[in-house]
Design a protein around this ligand. Structure first.
Ligand SMILES: [Zn+2]
Length: 526
């Protein structure tokens, strides 16, 4: 049976950036793009070139994503030609194959927010789509406030969608910008719209203000749209956008959708879903939601008792889908077997192949569990996980020993100063390195990487890009987890983690892992 293609469009980096407290750096954006590409998303909307310096830099060079990399921007202003509109011209400079315009489709907003006539707005949509098409771009048009606009003035909302399609837009995206639409309304309005614009040119962009963004997206698919827009873990303004993670879980596992639609998410990539969701939360420096559908820690957990014993015999009695399909695992009952297959999957992901009968796997599994109980989280720190695994499997050379280190923080003349001294032994040579920095961790990093003897040339191009601290259980007995992001001259990035009651020690562990990882990855011998 041939399945219809359903396209997934991610706007984590554009609409998701509207989330209070979320502000992506360019490195964060590149990391998220890797996550999305790994999953098999079709479109990645990177941001708003010209909207802020980060996005302008992001779009200044071509990005080699498997997904269609997309820039977002406004249609031309009324009273100017497309060629004379600086905003539109800047958007056309973005090094992307696709452009997504946002267009007003509610006459009330045209009057109040744009202050132009309904006809002028239609012209803006038409001319902007044409200009981008002529510049060789695939064009998408987000019809903002479409559902509210349709309810107020169906003829005008329809005219906006129609002119975008007729001008050559590949996708006309119907947006529930205020997030108040009900699934039944979405079904009815989308069905009517498919008579004007064919469903395989229609998309849905739903917000979650009544907690129905996912339901509204699925209702739109059932009514005929073939593109869904959403964000990782549903981040976004107010109550968020449609959660792509939940949508992917449903589209890939539920018969009703799986049998009718094909997406870019293969069965293999689906197993990465839990990892990507959690790694994204780590990047945001927030704890993953344990009740998140499909990927949460509790999504397949059952309290002991009658359910647990039935679950042991026949998991499908209490599970709507097998947790392994989305890379999650069953809890409470965690048989060692289940834990082990999960571990093997993680090892495969970082490129380590090991037979499932290898007795060392049991040790590694125990070690990982123990460390997770102490506060380590490996979902956001692949490099530390890989190092731990390689150490237990016996393939990490002994490069150097840190004999001691010391940091100091002092204030004079109203300014803070930090110094660090690190004593390292490389082979038979003992070196004492000092470093200064704007804080103790920075000073330690400088001192540690100042002179590593014969290994120095391998770490010279390394940089500490980011450093995130999370206090795990409050109070004076708190544990600190530090996540460090490093980068080298080739632009490769990796993440390491350290845990300790002492923030300096946690940071030091993560820094050490980062250096060792670089040496291992470059195949340096001890
Ligand atoms: Zn939106």
């Amino acid at each position: 049976m041939t399945r219809e293609r359903l396209y997934l469009f991610d706007t984590t980096l554009r609409d998701g950036q509207q989330t209070p407290g979320v502000d992506f750096s360019i490195d964060d954006k590149l990391t998220v793009m890797e996550f999305l590409d790994r999953l098999g998303i079709d479109y990645i909307e990177g941001g708003y070139p010209g909207g802020n310096p980060t996005d302008t830099a992001l779009f200044a060079e071509p990005r080699n994503t498997r997904a269609t990399f997309t820039a977002f921007g406004m249609t031309k202003r009324a009273g100017r030609s497309a060629a004379n509109d600086p905003g539109l011209q800047a958007l056309l400079q973005a090094k992307v194959p696709a452009i997504c315009f946002v267009a007003k489709s509610w006459d009330y907003h045209v009057r109040v927010a744009l202050g132009c006539t309904n006809e002028e707005n239609l012209e803006s949509i038409r001319d902007s789509v044409k200009a981008a098409k002529d510049a060789g771009r695939e064009v998408l048009v987000d019809c903002e406030h479409f559902f509210d606009g349709y309810k107020a003035n169906p003829d005008y909302a329809t005219a906006c969608a129609k002119i975008a399609y007729e001008a050559g837009a590949r996708w006309v995206v119907l947006c529930d910008t205020n997030g108040g639409a009900m699934p039944s309304e979405v079904t009815e309005i989308v069905r009517t719209m498919t008579k004007i614009v064919p469903g395989h040119h229609l998309g849905i962009h739903a917000h979650n203000d009544t907690e129905q963004a996912v339901a509204n997206s699925l209702a739109a698919v059932d009514a005929g749209v073939r593109q869904i827009q959403g964000t990782l873990n549903g981040i976004g303004e107010r109550c968020g956008n449609a959660n792509l993670v939940s949508l992917i879980g449903t589209l890939a596992t539920k018969k009703h959708y799986r049998e009718r639609f094909e997406t870019g998410i293969t069965e293999e990539r689906l197993k990465d879903l839990t990892h990507v969701s959690r790694a994204f939360d780590e990047l945001l420096n927030r704890a993953p939601l344990s009740q998140a559908p499909y990927v949460g820690k509790s999504a397949f957990a059952t309290k002991a008792g009658i359910h647990a014993s039935a679950l042991a015999k026949e998991p499908e009695t209490y599970e709507h889908v097998p947790p392994e399909t989305v890379g999650n695992r069953r809890r409470v009952l965690v048989s060692d077997q289940a834990g082990k297959s999960n571990l093997i999957a993680e090892l495969t992901r970082v490129g380590i192949s090991v037979s499932k009968d290898d007795p060392r796997l049991d040790h590694l599994l125990r070690e990982v569990k123990e460390r997770e109980a102490q506060g380590y989280a490996y979902d956001g720190a692949d490099a530390s996980f890989e190092l731990l695994a390689r150490r237990m499997l016996g393939s990490v050379p002994h490069y150097f020993d840190v004999l001691s280190f010391r940091t100091s923080v002092e204030q004079f003349n109203g300014e803070m100063h930090s110094e660090a001294i690190v004593k390292v032994k490389v082979g038979n040579e003992v070196m004492i390195n000092a470093g200064e920095g704007n804080g103790p961790v920075n000073a330690l990093d400088v001192a540690l990487r100042k002179d590593l003897g014969k290994f120095q040339k391998h770490i010279e191009d390394m940089d500490l890009v980011d450093f995130k601290v999370r206090i795990l259980n409050g109070g004076t007995g708190a544990t600190t987890r530090v996540l460090v992001e490093s980068r080298d001259g080739k632009g490769e990035r990796w993440f390491t983690v350290g845990v300790s009651p002492n923030i300096v020690e946690a940071s030091f562990q993560a820094l050490l892992d980062s250096i060792t990882y670089k040496l291992v990855r470059d195949g340096v011998a001890a």
